[in-house]
Design a protein around this ligand. Structure first.
Ligand code: CP
Length: 300
């Protein structure tokens, strides 16, 4: 497999195989039937904060018997001003089997690809790509729907900054499906591939065409000069129980973390129609499948 940077590097059957493998990992774990790797080491380099992705990668490594070497930026020489290039060159000297990287800069992955001799897994890059989140989302949907033909998944909210949406569109496209999108004008992406998405200008029209809503976090850390009145936003675009019921929406998804009271109402995360906790749970199994595929097929 080499590096895993984008969903689009997988063809349809490779992606579906990873999802199938993730179900096997989950089942075998619960039946105490998992083989473990010996003497495998992965570095974690999370240059942006993470709860779900980092924790699930750590648990997946623990389940598979992979040692984790966590290079936290706040406790590393990055705080002394060491460049990303020199940091990666340093890490490249160690006898490790792979690295999991999260960075606000997608360009860091190109730098890493040029420097590192071991496989790289993208745990979230800027506004570009979050491939293992998509795998988790697709496994979650696979648990609820036998197939995805005609399934109306609508991603709503801060599309402008969403690596989750960008990767999901690619992943759902591997099943031959278009993703529905809605955002207010200030969150509308500059480019839309209309072969892959249906973009709705009207919120209600999007809701009417949704079996599942995936709400997106407003990424306050990336808003820059965009001034958003969060109360006004919530009053116009918040997903709440009334909307889920009125529009007959079967499930709510959200990659997390949630801005409760803004893009979704308080408490909705743990309500009957929410798959948010399943998305988190499935993060472990898809990451097991990715780590296993990388270690089995290490061609770097
Ligand atoms: N969904 C997601 O990437 O969450 P974290 O930022 O907590 O990892």
């Amino acid at each position: 497999m080499g590096n895993f940077i984008n969903i689009n590097q997988l063809n349809s059957s490779e992606l579906k195989d990873i999802i199938s493998e993730s179900f096997i990992f989950e089942r075998n774990f619960h039946q105490n039937k998992l083989d473990k790797y010996n003497n495998k080491n992965f570095i974690f380099l999370f240059l942006e904060p993470s709860t779900r992705t980092k924790t699930s990668f750590k648990i997946a490594c623990s389940i598979l018997g992979i040692n984790v070497i966590d290079v936290s930026p706040e406790n590393s020489s990055i705080v002394k001003g060491e460049s990303i290039e020199n940091t990666l060159s340093t890490l490249n000297s160690y006898p490790v089997d792979g690295i999991v990287i999260r960075s606000a800069n997608h360009e860091d992955f190109e730098i890493a690809e040029n420097i590192l001799k071991f496989p790289i897994i993208n745990a979230g890059s800027g506004i570009n790509s979050h491939p293992t989140q998509t795998l988790s989302d697709l496994k979650t949907l696979s648990e609820k729907f036998e197939d995805f033909n005609g399934l109306k998944i609508s991603i709503v909210g801060d599309l402008l900054h969403s690596r989750v949406a960008a990767s999901f569109i690619e992943g759902f496209g591997k099943y031959g499906q278009k993703t529905n999108l809605f955002s207010p004008p200030f969150f509308k992406p500059k480019k839309l591939n209309l072969e892959m998405v249906n973009f709705y200008e009207d919120f209600k029209e999007c809701l009417e065409n949704s079996d599942v809503i995936m709400a997106l976090r407003i990424q306050k850390e990336r808003l820059n000069d965009l001034n958003i009145d969060f109360d006004e936003y919530a009053s116009k675009y918040q997903i709440n129980k009334r909307i889920l019921d009125e529009y007959n929406i079967k499930y709510l998804m959200h990659p997390g973390p949630v801005n409760e009271g803004i893009e979704i109402s308080y408490g909705l995360q743990n309500s009957e129609k929410s798959l948010i906790n399943e998305q988190v749970k499935n993060g472990v199994w898809v990451r097991c499948a990715v780590l296993d595929k990388i270690l089995r097929e290490d061609t770097k």
